[in-house]
Design a protein around this ligand. Structure first.
Ligand code: GCU
Length: 617
């Protein structure tokens, strides 16, 4: 067989990294509120070619068809290839792909009529892990990071009428990746969230921030001579900014909240950014009890976005967490973005409502979305349903903390997470990392991320899930990384990885920070339906017993301000292979992957509903 030149080059190099394209492409951009813009969906069945040897990088993106008289054979044909659903991971769509890690090629034909004098973007909700995109054979962008959305400019590549888009997605794990080689969750590959086309005017709003200021409300009381004011009026301050890509110095922008008859305008700087400020009377603050969302119109020139935003403040005061100025205790649970019942990556409203519905049923007012950004669908549901959110950047376990390239990747993912999701009232905590080794390179790396996050968003709290060390019967939270955080997260498994459940009764806690502490993980495993003695591992009784002893222990930790049990639902993990019990699943769920509630669910539910665990102050 005569190999084409490009393939020969490939054979020489590391196959999984090779990609032929030399043409420079514009980096994808973030579009805040992209899911609120009118869009042409490209979801549905896409032709797909599984390409374990990265053979396609020399030609598949051209989507060629064999023509009579061709001098060489074309050895692929998307139109004859089986399909994969988008959005969706490929692992649960075909048994043969459950363990597959490598490149998969996707192709989709579509028709489009550009409006003219606009920008057209290919919006990708998420693609795990690295991805490359071509429209009509023209490279439009590439991306690394499996859990954040991005937008590729396709204006020059798209035609009026028939078009095709080709995507290569490769979920190969990388030592220098974020996350890196080992995770305790399934490495689902694919176009795992919605894909669409978004068209915007030449000057368009790419990012905006609209939030309730922490400044106290202004009270205006009537002195009887102002007919407009009866008694007193509380004016809330809403701050923010708008950035207009292609906007010119002096251009006007506006934010309007019709329901509150409130409007604010701003003027663009040379950098295309305008500060905005509004006052609003009778504003109903967002909280888990009252998840009030307001329609907010953001406009600049020809462009307008209508978003649904809740207004609340979040801050700390010593070891207290204050929501809307009042101390709060976070009664919560951790969640992986995995669809109950059908399995695979969660992406739909139904997936989000099922998962968050169970959290509400548990009596939770907060959820930790582990260990990566869960996407706009989940966050919109949390806004609607009134659940406070811990959102996390996938800096998980031992990534390469001394590698500047890896820091750049972690910052890029953090940028995309915060810039996309900054207007969700539900999100109160940006988590920088989970269970990272206590060494200088790590502390420097994550402290840099924390500073970066604060710069991007000074309105929220910065946290991370820390490992805890033990001396005798004392658990000690003194990881130096705690200095860089507003809220300390700590993971512990007393009763599972460490001692018997009763061990919690004699466990003391020393927390070396006068900051709020969240027990960001605790719990143990059980196979749903397996019953036995309380000291028999893997039974529901054993798991429930862990929870009973944990709850008592928690009430002995003065600065504890939140709990997120590990985990709401059993989830797939390649590291869990105990036959007959785990079978490829982490079984620490309070609910099985098929929706069966375990005894521990009811133990925690009772404590949350009766509010017998935890103190807000
Ligand atoms: C860790 C980790 C989780 C993991 C859990 C477990 O703490 O953060 O990702 O699944 O423990 O061991 O079950």
């Amino acid at each position: 067989m005569v190999l084409p030149a490009a393939t020969l080059v490939l054979l020489g190099s590391d196959l999984s990294r090779a990609q032929p394209s030399v043409e420079p492409v514009r980096a994808p951009i973030v579009l805040t509120g992209a899911d609120m813009r009118p869009a042409v969906s490209l979801d549905g069945e896409w032709a797909a070619i599984v390409d374990p040897y990265s053979n396609g990088f020399s030609t598949y993106f051209r989507n060629l068809k064999q023509q009579p008289g061709d001098t060489r054979p074309i050895e692929y044909d998307f139109s004859k290839s089986p399909t994969l659903k988008v959005p969706g991971d490929w692992n649960t769509q075909r048994e043969s792909l459950l363990y597959y890690e490598g490149p998969v090629w996707y192709e989709r034909d579509f028709t489009y009529q550009p409006k003219g004098h606009t920008h057209i973007f290919l919006h990708v909700g998420a693609a795990n892990y690295r991805s490359w995109f071509w429209v009509n054979g023209k490279k439009v962008c590439e991306h690394e990071g499996g859990y954040t959305s991005f937008n590729c400019e396709v204006t020059e590549a798209i035609h009026a009428g028939a078009n095709f888009v080709v995507a290569a997605v490769d979920n190969t794990r990388l030592a220098e990746g974020v996350p890196t080689l080992k995770t305790d969750w399934w490495n689902y590959g694919g176009l795992t969230r919605t894909v669409s086309l978004i068209e915007v005017p030449e000057a368009f709003i790419d990012q905006y921030d609209v939030h309730l200021s922490r400044a106290p409300e202004t009270e205006i009381t009537s002195h009887g001579n102002d007919p407009g004011i009866i008694g007193s009026l509380h004016l809330a301050h809403i701050d923010g900014w708008i950035h207009v890509e292609g906007g010119k110095l002096g251009d006007k922008v506006q934010v309007e909240i019709p329901e509150l008859k409130s409007k604010g305008t701003g003027v663009l700087t040379a950098e295309g950014r305008a500060q905005i400020f509004l006052v609003a009377s009778n504003l109903e603050r967002w909280s888990p009890e009252t998840p009030k969302l307001y329609k907010v119109k953001i406009s600049a020139g020809q462009d307008e976005i209508e978003d649904l935003i809740g207004f609340r403040t979040i801050e700390t005061h010593g070891s207290q967490i204050l929501l809307n100025g009042k101390p709060i205790f976070l009664r919560g649970v951790c969640i992986h973005a995995e669809a109950p019942f059908r399995g695979g990556r969660a992406y739909s409203d139904k997936d989000a409502e099922t998962l968050l519905g169970w959290a509400k049923e548990l009596g939770a007012n907060y959820v930790r979305l582990a260990h990566y950004p869960h996407g706009e669908t989940m966050l919109r549901a949390a806004d609607r349903m009134g659940l406070l959110v811990w959102s996390e950047n996938p800096v998980y376990w031992a990534i390469q903390f001394d590698n500047p390239k890896v820091l750049a990747k972690a910052e890029q993912q953090l940028d995309e997470e915060i810039e996309t999701s900054r207007n969700h009232a539900a999100i109160i905590l940006w988590s920088m990392a989970n269970e990272t080794p206590n060494n200088e390179a790590r502390t420097r790396f994550i402290a840099t991320l924390a500073d970066h996050a604060r710069e991007l968003d000074p309105t929220r709290l910065i946290t991370a899930a820390l490992l805890v060390r033990t001396e005798g019967h004392t658990k000690i939270v003194d990881d130096p990384l705690g200095k860089a955080l507003d809220v300390i997260g700590a993971n512990e498994y007393v009763g599972w990885y460490d001692q018997a459940p009763e061990g919690a009764d004699t466990t003391e806690w020393r927390v070396d920070y006068d900051k709020p502490l969240i027990m960001s993980e605790f719990g143990g495993g059980a196979k749903a339906g397996l019953h036995g003695a309380e000291n028999e591992r893997w039974t529901e009784e054993y798991q429930a017993n862990i929870y009973r002893h944990q709850l008592a222990m928690f009430n002995r930790i003065p600065q504890l301000r939140g709990l997120s049990a590990w985990i709401l639902v059993d989830f797939r993990s390649p590291t869990r292979n105990l036959a007959g019990i785990q079978d490829g699943f982490n079984r620490k769920g309070l609910i099985s992957d098929q929706g069966q509630k375990k005894a521990a669910f009811f133990v925690l539910q009772k404590a949350y509903l009766d509010k017998t665990v935890g103190k807000a102050e």
